[in-house]
Write a protein that binds this ligand. Structure first.
Ligand code: EPZ
Length: 423
């Protein structure tokens, strides 16, 4: 079994280049099934969720060939209903984007129920609702999501009851080739939604309003392949910004879109960290001896502070002076990582959806687990600032979403290694 071993208290100096955004690349890869054609996708991150998605595309008969920094994908001739083992689709959440893609292109979908990080119940009622609103029968049967549009899909008015990234993606996928026009209200506004819409528009779709809460789609059957460059990963960037603040030093984080980083930047500045922003970089500067101020932060949908940065900022507040309040406004239960921070000495009380952090308690390395992807990032951040050696297991969860996190941190001076231990 591989573990990450970190010896803390080493300030970081140097440059980190940010990879393409996992959560933008995933819907775009499944959208290649919807469109059918030849694609040239640049800047795909080398993370296991993306490699698993490429594997799913290959199982459906697509060709996926790496060519330098680009991946050439051909989904012209595929067998959309080729059997995908349940244990494959259960390895991640985004496999359910195949439902929108199959339904949109062929009028019928049959995909195993997805898995993903454990944040309590993760309902899919809004996904089923949007498929039904477009004219399909849709339900869950024996472990599969099934949808069938006997008369084809017809544009309609979809009003989401909650803001959902995944349901907005599936609504876009299903409506792009539908007959007539669709309006999606209360849509998610995340940059990855904008990226999916621009990708599909480059394939000939007619999507406007992505990035606002109202998206309009004029159905178009005549779609074609395209070349596309995946946008930088704002969560990977935010994680390294927080890691640099925790360890101290001076780190240049390159290849970012600063606009996407505003909520994270604002919280770091509030804590007393220097953040120098340029056209496509953020430089983080902090003397490790410099105290950090306490904060209150609530994770909400974009453009608010991202839930996918909530565990990492919570790890940083363990170093702040006084009591910080870190609230979760998206998921029912995204605090499972807190126990791991407490093993290291953090003083945190979780009350409902708020972690109350008494900052300044001395933290020491010990054996901890990555309980999920971003929870794993949080323990890495805590370990960089802690006294002694931290050993992190279950690192496959971290590798689902971070492209070479060990290499990138060690290149800026962290004492971090991946070590194989006998099972
Ligand atoms: C996406 O998950 C991301 N995953 C998550 O990132 C991220 O935490 C989340 O959006 C919120 O930003 C991917 O992009 C692959 P949602 P998703 O549907 O789409 C409720 C990471 O670390 N809801 O926006 O599954 C739901 O329970 C991952 O990279 C319903 O009630 O999240 C939650 O409270 C983890 N009914 C809220 O909406 C539904 O049908 C937001 O969920 C769907 C969702």
């Amino acid at each position: 079994m591989e573990k990450i071993v970190i010896c803390g208290k080493k300030p970081l100096y140097g440059t980190i280049d940010i990879a393409g955004m996992k959560n933008a690349a995933l819907p775009i890869l499944f959208a290649t099934v919807l469109v059918g054609g030849k694609f040239y996708i640049e800047n795909l991150p080398d993370v296991s969720d993306i490699n698993l998605t490429l594997d799913i595309l290959k199982r459906l008969g697509a060709t996926c060939v790496h060519n330098g920094d680009a991946t050439e994908i051909d989904t012209t001739e595929i067998d959309p209903y080729a059997e995908l083992p349940l244990d494959v689709v259960k390895k991640m959440r985004a496999s359910y984007y195949l439902v929108g893609a199959q339904l949109g292109r062929y009028g019928k979908a049959h995909v195993g129920y997805p898995g993903g990080c454990d944040f309590g119940t993760r309902p899919i009622d809004q996904h089923l609702k949007c498929f039904r609103t477009l004219g399909a029968d849709a339900d869950v049967n024996g472990g599969y999501i099934e949808a069938y549009a006997k008369e084809g899909l017809y544009g309609n008015h979809i009003f989401f009851d909650v803001v959902s990234v995944g349901a907005t993606v599936n609504a876009i996928l299903a409506a792009t080739r539908a007959e007539g026009s669709t309006i999606i209200e209360n849509a998610a506004r995340e940059p990855h939604i904008v990226a999916l819409a621009s990708f599909l528009n480059m394939c000939g779709a007619h999507i406007t309003g992505a990035g606002t809460d109202t998206i309009k789609i004029r159905g178009e059957k005549d779609l074609h392949g395209c070349s596309y460059d995946i946008i930088p990963d704002m969560i990977e960037a935010g994680t390294y910004m927080v890691a640099a603040a925790a360890a101290g030093g001076r780190v240049m984080i390159r290849n970012i879109i600063p606009k996407h980083m505003e909520s994270v930047t604002a919280k770091l500045v509030e804590m007393g960290v220097t953040v120098n922003i340029g056209d496509d970089y953020a430089e983080i500067v902090r003397d490790p001896a410099q105290p950090l101020s306490r904060i209150m932060v609530k994770a909400v949908p974009y453009p608010g502070f991202p839930t996918d940065m909530q565990p990492q900022i919570c790890a940083l507040t363990c170093q702040a002076e006084g009591t910080s309040y870190v609230s979760e406004g998206v998921w029912d239960n995204r605090f499972r990582y807190v126990e791991e921070l407490m093993r290291m000495g953090a003083h945190i009380l979780v009350e409902g959806k708020t972690a109350i952090v008494e900052g300044g308690a001395p933290m020491k390395g010990t054996q901890v687990s990555a309980v999920d992807l971003r929870g794993g990032a949080a323990v890495i951040i805590a370990a960089l600032a802690a006294e002694g050696i931290t050993v992190i297991d279950n690192i496959v969860l971290i590798e689902r979403g971070y492209d070479d996190i060990v290499g990138k941190l060690s290149a800026v001076g962290a004492d971090i290694r991946k070590v194989s231990f006998p099972d």
